[in-house]
Design a protein around this ligand. Structure first.
Ligand code: PHE
Length: 342
């Protein structure tokens, strides 16, 4: 009988030396100390032990039991520490102070939305045009009916170069060149980066993106404008959007409008996103002023057209729920890479 306890002791010693996790310790505990474990089975053999040996046998089984309990506890303590260390080591793979793993690049959210809108207009027969960021006073202002000293220039203060050129304040700066390049009829969208002398805050940036669109043909009317805007916005937001026009002043359109969309969050009921008005201002637009057509070499008696200036940055904020406009130019990859696959 004594042999049994000592062989069990040896087996346990060997097994406990090999455990590597708290689960393995628990398994060992059940195997040895559980209701149907080795110790219990030894105890059940007590009745078969001759009376004179009962005491010694009982004692040695008890000792073994205590020893096993103690060793299990010690091993458990060690393993828990080890496991903690393993966790810490694993966690060290993520270090906020390390540069991002940018092997898997992502498009900038503005690029994503720009391409999406381009694609929508492409399917509606519009060409996509590129235009420089540095322009002259004529293209940015005079060609779009904003003469020198016109008060409308106040709203579009910008950055001037020594040679008198400037960073374009709106994509309308490309209207004249594009009209001259293609003549009428014409359907074109032209995205671009724009600059204004703004103090920045969550809603204002000195650098932002717009997408201008113009459609010029015989008999183009405000209904065409509404149709194209509504179709495009419904595609972008993946649901039917309700739009409304309010009068707005821009020297290069007549009549001019502010196009609002019904708030997609509250459905027009009023909520913090739409400042309780139920509407969100999205896109200034209007019928191209005859002067602008004339400057662009287009017969304003024969042709009419509409123009809009979609705020791409603003659209991206709305679509992705970005609360602070400054994120877009921040270079903060943690924020910007969230658009992977969008
Ligand atoms: N260019 C105007 C702006 O940036 C927007 C606009 C474009 C308005 C086209 C009407 C028509 O403020």
């Amino acid at each position: 009988m004594q042999d049994k306890t000592s062989s069990l002791r040896e087996t346990f010693k060997e097994l406990i030396g090999r455990v590597n996790s708290s689960e393995e310790i628990e398994k060992l505990r059940v195997e040895f100390l559980g209701k149907k474990g080795h110790i219990a089975s030894l105890m059940s053999q007590l009745k078969t032990v001759p009376n004179e040996e009962k005491k010694a046998f009982g004692q040695s089984v008890n000792e073994l039991k205590q020893k096993i309990e103690q060793q299990l506890a010690e091993a458990h303590e060690k393993i828990v520490k080890l496991e903690e260390q393993r966790q810490i080591n694993a966690a060290e793979d993520y270090d906020v102070s390390l540069p991002m793993n940018i092997e898997m690049g992502s498009y900038h959210p503005i690029t994503v939305i720009q391409r999406e809108v381009e694609e929508i207009f492409r399917t509606m027969g519009f060409t996509i045009e590129d235009f420089s960021e540095i322009v002259d006073d004529y293209n940015c202002f005079e060609a779009v009916n904003i003469p020198k000293y016109h008060p409308a220039r106040d709203m579009q203060d910008t950055y001037y170069l020594d040679n008198g050129q400037l960073l374009k304040t709106h994509t309308s700066a490309a209207q004249n060149s594009i009209m001259r390049k293609y003549g009428a009829p014409l359907r074109a969208v032209f995205p671009g980066r724009c600059f204004r002398n703004e103090s920045t805050d969550a809603c204002h940036e000195n650098t932002f993106f717009q997408m201008e669109g113009i459609m010029i043909d015989e008999d183009i009317s405000i209904s065409n404008l509404i149709y194209f805007m509504k179709t495009m916005l419904s595609e972008v937001f993946g649901q039917d959007v309700t739009v409304r026009l309010r009068p707005g002043f821009f020297p290069f359109v007549e009549p001019g409008f502010e196009l609002d969309i019904q708030c997609l969050i509250c459905g027009g009921e009023g909520c913090p996103s739409c400042k309780n008005s139920g509407w969100l201002e999205l896109c200034p637009c209007g019928m191209i002023h005859p002067n602008v057509l004339k400057y662009g070499g287009i017969d304003s008696e024969k042709y009419t057209g509409f123009a809009f200036g979609l705020g791409l940055t603003r659209l991206a904020m709305m679509k992705y729920g970005v609360k602070d406009i400054r994120v877009f130019n921040s270079g903060n990859l943690k924020a910007l890479s969230q658009f992977i696959g969008k």
